[in-house]
Design a binder for this molecule. Sequence first.
Ligand SMILES: [Zn+2]
Length: 572
Amino acid sequence: MKPFYHLAFSCVLFSFCFLLSCTTTEMADKIIFNAQVFCVEEGEIFAEAIAIKDGKILQVGSEEHIMVKRNNNTEMIDADGNFVMPGLIEGHGHLLMMGESLAQLNLNDAESWEEIVNLVAAATAEADPGQWIVGNSWHQDKWLDTPADGIDGYPTHHSLSSVSPDHPVLLYHASYHALFANAKAMELADINKNTPNPDGGLIRRDAEGEAIGVFEETAMGLIRSAYTKERESWPVADWMAQKKAWIQRAEQEAFSYGITSFHDLGLPWEDLKLLRSMAASGELDISVFAMVREPIRELERSIAYLPIINEGETGFTVRTVKAFVDGALGSYGALLLEPYSDQPETYGQLVTSIEVLEEMANLCIENGLQFSVHAIGDSANRIALDIYEAAFDHAEKLKNARWRIEHAQHLHPDDIPRFGELGILASMQGIHCVSDAPFVPTRLGEKRSRDGAYVWRSLIESGARINNGTDVPVESIDPFESLYASVARKKPQAEKSFYPEQKMTRLEALQSYTINNAFAAFEEKTKGSIKSGKRADIIILDRNLLICPDEDLPNTQVLKTLVGGKVVFSGS
Ligand SMILES: [Zn+2]
């Protein structure tokens, strides 16, 4: 028996799910049975089984009704009484960078600088002569002690340079707003005592003015350009093969977390072409909703190829232009209406001029494209809302265009209702809220944090649609951590929630990761819920995400991931 149904749901509700499906005599090529099927669109109503045919959902309902779709050729998948739901949609990530970061040294768990030096030493021993050693996700706050010869809380490069004298080393900070380089990398980047700090960047130095190895914000570009220069010398075919391998690695990782669709938040046309060719040749199973991100003059050229919508039914789509209004809050880049509470001279940075943003908005309208801008501070969000509102001659046209604001992290209270009123989508990341929580009140002060930071509850109540995601590789792609952050507004180990009055309900959080992300990509007719006719993007999980305790959410294990009816991941 399935005690779950007796516990929580009535047969009346459940047969509603069944009635939504069509009554057809077509036979299924796959059936998922013995399941608690959460369909999403009907709310907390459950079905028992799903029939699949030709990659699409044929019917959903009770086992009794689905089993008549079975014949000798039907493959049966026993869900073992587990929770089944539509595949999760990553609403904001970077697929190529994610794959690249997975191929690098992961320093996330390092508890000391010494441990990092040892990991680099081991990687150096395995590397080809002169090969770059690249790592990511170190964070000095995770170290149990501060390095003895440290400066400003950071170690100096000497220990790293001595274990890797001939291999350049580049280690990204967990925030991706700083990196650590060894002597060889600094030599290749021509860094010396006289190298000035670039605009918007900082080279950390010792008492003698020598670089210690830490490069912040735009100063990271000095080391990165030495790194990419080396890669540019590769034959084109090798470089393409490398990128493909990264994409496929990212895809596998996504499937292991139950992600079946991925919104890629901006690539140059060259990388979009690569993804497009992979999708066309069957080398990409995950469906990618990608945005084009290029300087305006180049954009004018690439736009001629757009939109590309679900080409060859592969799920590959490009119909969105991505741009930036401001930077990040942690590094004082977010553009604020009033100065930073902990730096009263600073308002943050406008990174694209208003004229260019307006030009891009017009290009989008002329070409029938969606526009999506990164805006974190309240001033940046107001600029985006104003530009969006002014670009259309009719409010209904703006609503239909489904333009997005990425992050929408800090809003002036007057602007909160504008999202719902104008039909502008707030593409937020649950996990960012809890990662940023320790420094948000320092940057914004108590009042601005309470009234406007990550206010998804206020947005939902004023009629806005919230999307969810992780901004991988800035955060791990793990959707269960981000779902937990969305409903608990804290890290699992933290004691206090960050303004708990702004929590999402469990159902809202799950909708933000499924049907809302589908809507933000104009894909709600084919994805985001379990419904007859939709793509069979389905996941089987080891716990019921609607009723398990909050604390259990981050431990969710994916048992199976199906994309277009094909099993692409099986867990243990
Ligand atoms: Zn991003």
